[in-house]
Ligand binder design. Structure first.
Ligand SMILES: [Zn+2]
Length: 142
């Protein structure tokens, strides 16, 4: 594959048996989180057991989609070709209302207007039949 072709190909997360409930959720427009049946803590990304208590009893529950901007960084090259062609590429860390953090993108807002702790809501960006990515946008439209 040549360099120019690679620029058009977005590197995709791998959908595994473990993460499949998350991806089928995003295809429905729902943000799903693993919860521990024993200690009730949510966790992200999905694991085979609870990262708090080690229990293997986990289920999936829909998250509210409400979050706050925890932190962000602006990615500059060197990057994978897809991202390098679109750099600078803002990458955000959000803290969901449920208390877990995710790395994502913030859409509908210029980087200059990012503010720590600003309220966000989850949105969904369909990439292909298998992958719909979770992105976040400001909770209040200005
Ligand atoms: Zn647990």
């Amino acid at each position: 594959m040549g360099q120019s072709a690679m620029i058009d190909v977005r590197p995709m997360p791998a959908v595994t048996e473990l993460s499949e409930p998350y991806w089928s959720g995003t295809r429905r427009g729902e943000l799903m989180l693993q919860h521990c049946v024993d200690c009730e803590n949510p966790q992200f990304p999905p694991e085979v057991s609870c990262t708090h208590c080690g229990s293997a009893s986990l289920n999936w529950q829909r998250a509210s989609g409400r979050a706050r901007l925890y932190s962000w960084t602006i990615a500059h090259p060197p990057l994978l070709p897809y991202f390098a062609a679109r750099a600078p590429w803002p990458v955000v860390a959000v803290e969901l209302e449920e208390g877990v953090r995710m790395v994502s993108q913030l859409v509908g807002l210029e980087v200059e207007d990012y503010e720590f702790d600003m309220p966000l809501v989850a949105d969904f960006e369909k990439v292909d039949e298998e992958v719909t990515l979770v992105v976040f946008r400001p909770a209040e439209s200005k």
